[in-house]
Write a protein that binds this ligand. Structure first.
Ligand SMILES: Nc1nnc(-c2c[nH]c3ncc(-c4c[nH]c5ccccc45)cc23)o1
Length: 334
């Protein structure tokens, strides 16, 4: 059966290439199709990162070779120790006991696991996309090891420290635009750009959570389902008549509104208590320019008008916005 021939092909945990990792996760997905997965004694997996993850005789044991911690949040007064659930999994802080390398470990129950999530992070590597270090399968769950944003996500930062100042917003926006420019150049749509999917390191910000990402084959993507988080969805995505990478640009625009005001667009004018869904509002209303912060600079307001343009064909691309003066402020001392 699937189980027998499978177990002798991947003996325990081994270092491998991106191709090895992709075939491993695809076989995992098939196993998911194949009825019961035998209770395992040993973890199996493929690790890409030889430098920071020390495999010893085909073992990489959770709580032995690598320790998982509930992420002690960067900010004191912030909720529980566990990172808010990603698209389908809890994110822990992980540390390799031999190399001391600190990583993020997302634990995804097998029934929620989609090979696509790993595929995008493994195939598309960029400094503003959280690097994938490897994948382990144990106890009916997939453990994805990734680059850790120890500064937490932009959502935690805004909720703990309040609205961000414009120079901080510019710093985050430029990095997100670089990540999106790279993804969009490969026709990949992230589909869930929002504050909780942008995580912070000391020297950069990276995009996380590719659980909803797709790669367009033509220059339009016809969705089977509604993907993303309502507040940050573009009008064309809500319409479900086909969209493209420009939908991520609109979501970045709503994310900037969230960074500068502390709330996503719409909710102040249309309280969540009265509006269970915002899809109709997003479809019918003009772009949420009224939700832009009062103290927003004129040049950033102009940037947001380009990003929140209702017609995706007229909306600016990531490359165009990277050249916009709002994110290239003249240096004071010049
Ligand atoms: N959904 C998802 N898929 N991959 C990730 C991910 C990869 N590396 C990471 N590093 C940090 C965090 C993170 C999010 N909120 C936080 C709050 C406090 C501290 C850390 C975080 C999340 C990740 O997240």
């Amino acid at each position: 059966t699937e189980q027998e021939d499978y177990s002798d092909t991947v003996n325990g945990v081994q270092y491998g290439t991106v191709t090895d990792l992709l075939s491993f996760v695809n076989r995992l997905s098939n196993m998911q199709a194949a009825a019961d997965l035998q209770p395992q004694t040993h973890e199996i997996g493929v690790l890409l990162n030889k430098k920071d993850m020390a495999v010893k005789n085909n073992r990489y044991q959770i709580n032995m070779d690598v320790l998982l911690f509930p992420w002690k949040l960067t900010y004191k007064n912030y909720g529980t120790g566990l990172v808010p659930k990603g698209s389908f999994g809890k994110v822990h802080l992980a540390q390799d006991t031999a190399t001391r390398k600190r990583m993020a470990c997302k634990v995804i129950p097998m029934e929620n696991f989609k090979a696509g999530e790993v595929e995008f992070q493994a195939r598309f590597r960029h400094e503003n996309i959280a690097e994938l270090y490897g994948a382990l399968f144990l106890d009916q769950s997939v453990h994805l090891f990734m680059e850790a944003g120890e500064g937490g996500s932009v959502l935690e930062k805004v909720e703990s420290c309040g609205p961000m100042r414009e120079f901080e917003i510019i710093w985050v926006t430029k990095q997100v635009l670089r990540g999106l420019e790279y993804l969009h150049s490969h026709n990949v749509i992230h589909h869930d750009i929002k504050p909780s999917n942008i995580v912070l390191m000391s020297d950069k910000a990276v995009l996380v959570d590719f659980g909803l990402a797709v790669q367009m084959t033509e220059d339009i993507y016809i969705p089977r389902d509604l993907r993303g988080t309502e507040m940050y969805m573009s009008p064309e995505l809500v319409l479900c008549r086909g969209h493209n990478t420009k939908t991520d640009i609109y979501s970045l625009g709503t994310t900037i509104i969230h960074m500068q005001t502390g709330s996503p667009p719409w909710v102040r004018r249309y309280p969540r208590t009265a509006y269970p869904s915002y899809l109709y509002i997003i479809h019918k209303q003009a772009p949420p320019l009224e939700d832009i912060a009062e103290d927003c600079s004129l040049v950033m307001r102009c940037f947001l008008e380009r990003a929140l343009e209702k017609n995706p064909a007229l909306r600016s691309s990531a490359s165009e916005l990277l050249k916009h003066e709002a994110v290239n402020p003249p240096r004071e001392d010049q």
